[in-house]
Design a protein around this ligand. Structure first.
Ligand code: CS2
Length: 487
């Protein structure tokens, strides 16, 4: 079978959408860091639509910060790949917005050259929560993070996103080039503000001058990004190849739903992403909080409790009435803590969310979402608990999510099989778990004392008491029954 690439585009079947623009005339206005499936099914699709609208300035060079796998798949395809949207309908589109693909650790200098090129107006990021090198509980820069320590010692060969951005910003400043806008597309609260704080903090450690320059001159607009994009499977590859009649080494599969809300602060200009349905607003915060506390929180709830109850995917977890009800309760309990975005029907949002989770055409593994819990729980779950406590409301529902995470990081499932817990602080968590033993009355307080995750919240009896009780129930009755408040 021939490979998808510029030369074979014309052979695609009629039903497959493809770049209708001259790819050889596309410039590079955007450099993207973190070339995962999410980016390729989200921002790259919006940008493809901008190119199709005739504005060819905004092509992308994309860089993986770790592994060469995506580059190895996409480089022979001239950066082309397929997005397969699966739901009630099944649609295929070949996306052409990514031109060059780089691997940062292979050649940081090449990446710095593109970042410092005059045409680069935007640097966007999907690097996941953990790559921001922040302490989750406070959101402050973790100065002891090995990548930060490395990048301060080797500022010209950085390996963290912050190190790369700071090096490129310094180079542009020294060359008298206009600053680029830095666009975080990760699921962090106030992602732009957060990144701005971390980046200026890091730059200040390099030099007070550079710190002040970043603080004053670099715009980091907030964004809210949303589309469910499970990891691609071998079956997906086979199905897509059969439909294309061409081999695509790394297609991405996603749900039809997509949302992108962006704060309109781009001093160096931006693509008209609204042509593809993005919403440009003044204040992203209400959208971001709603998404993190309704979607991502209930997603994490389904991930931990579902995994423990033997559900391999979110859709499978949603077929268990007690887990589906529990996801709805997580959403209901977060609503009183939100300032809902103007014009939003929050009950409609909730119904739509639960329907998205039920999408039987997606195999979104609970294990995938369960990863990196220490980096995710603070903004998804703990922020709601903190706000509910302040409002004088009970936190029993969210305590069950926390307890589900604790039961999960305890490292064995309900059949006694080991769980390969993936988390940047997995070693620290494992040590806490070992010291406490499999006794909920010891394990819950020991994990609540992990300050980088819980901060002072772990000491608050209004939180600790229901978490202890929930963990005891999960150990005694299993995760599915443990979702009841008085089981
Ligand atoms: C998920 C998100 O893996 C996870 O933690 O909750 O990736 C989720 O699918 C997206 O945020 C949906 O927009």
């Amino acid at each position: 079978m021939q490979r998808l690439c510029n030369a074979t585009l014309a052979e695609l079947p009629a039903g497959v959408a493809r770049p209708g623009y001259d790819r050889s005339a596309v410039g590079t206005g955007i450099v993207h860091l973190g070339l995962g499936a999410f980016h390729r099914a989200h921002q790259a699709v919006y940008t493809d639509a901008v190119l199709a609208s005739g504005d060819l300035r905004w092509g992308m060079t994309a860089a993986s910060l770790r592994s060469p796998d995506t580059r190895d798949a996409l480089a022979p395809q001239d950066g082309l790949y397929t997005v397969n949207l699966r739901g009630e309908t099944d649609r295929l589109a070949v996306i052409g917005s990514i031109g060059r693909v780089l691997v940062a650790p292979e050649n940081p200098a090449a990446l710095l050259d593109v970042l410092a090129a005059p045409a680069t107006a935007i640097v966007s990021l999907t690097v996941t929560e953990k790559a921001y090198c922040r302490e989750p509980a406070t959101g402050l820069l973790d100065e002891t993070h090995p990548d930060i320590v490395h990048d301060l010692a080797h500022p010209q060969a950085p390996r963290s996103a912050l190190g790369l951005l700071a090096a490129a910003i310094a180079r542009r400043r020294d060359a008298g080039l206009p600053a680029f806008t830095v666009l975080s597309c990760d699921n962090l609260p106030a992602n732009g503000h957060t990144l701005h704080g971390l980046l200026s903090g890091f730059a200040r450690l390099r030099s007070p001058d550079l710190g002040a320059f970043v603080a004053n001159e670099i715009a980091c607009p907030d964004t809210m990004v949303d589309r469910i994009v499970p990891a691609t499977t071998a079956e997906d590859r086979g199905r897509v190849a059969a439909s294309l009649g061409l081999e695509d080494a790394w297609p991405v599969v996603a749900e039809p739903f997509t949302q992108w809300v962006i704060a309109d602060r781009f001093p160096a200009g931006r693509p008209a992403w609204e042509v593809a349905g993005a919403t440009l607003v003044d204040d992203v915060a209400p959208f971001e909080a709603m998404k993190l506390r309704l979607l991502n929180a209930s997603h994490s709830a389904l991930a931990y409790l579902g995994y423990l109850a033997g559900a391999e995917t979110v859709a499978e977890a949603m077929r268990r009435p007690e887990l589906a009800d529990f996801a709805a309760r997580v959403i209901d309990d977060a609503i009183p803590t939100l300032t809902v975005p103007p014009g939003t029907d929050v009950q409609g949002y909730k119904r739509a969310l639960l329907a998205r989770f039920r999408n039987p055409a997606l195999r979104h593994r609970t294990y995938q979402i369960a990863m990196d819990g220490s980096q995710k729980l603070p903004q998804r779950v703990l922020a709601t608990m903190r706000d509910r406590v302040a409002l004088g409301l009970p936190v029993d529902t969210h305590a069950i999510v926390v307890a589900g995470w604790m039961r999960y990081v305890a490292g064995t499932d309900e059949q006694g099989r080991p769980i390969a817990v993936q988390d940047p602080i997995a070693a620290e968590l494992a040590a806490v778990v070992r010291a406490a033993g499999p006794l909920p009355e010891r394990l819950a307080p020991a994990l609540l004392a992990v300050r980088s995750v819980f901060g002072p919240l772990g000491e608050d009896p209004r939180v600790a008491v229901p978490v202890n009780a929930a963990l005891a129930r999960i150990f005694a009755h299993g995760a599915a029954r443990g979702t009841g408040t008085n089981g």
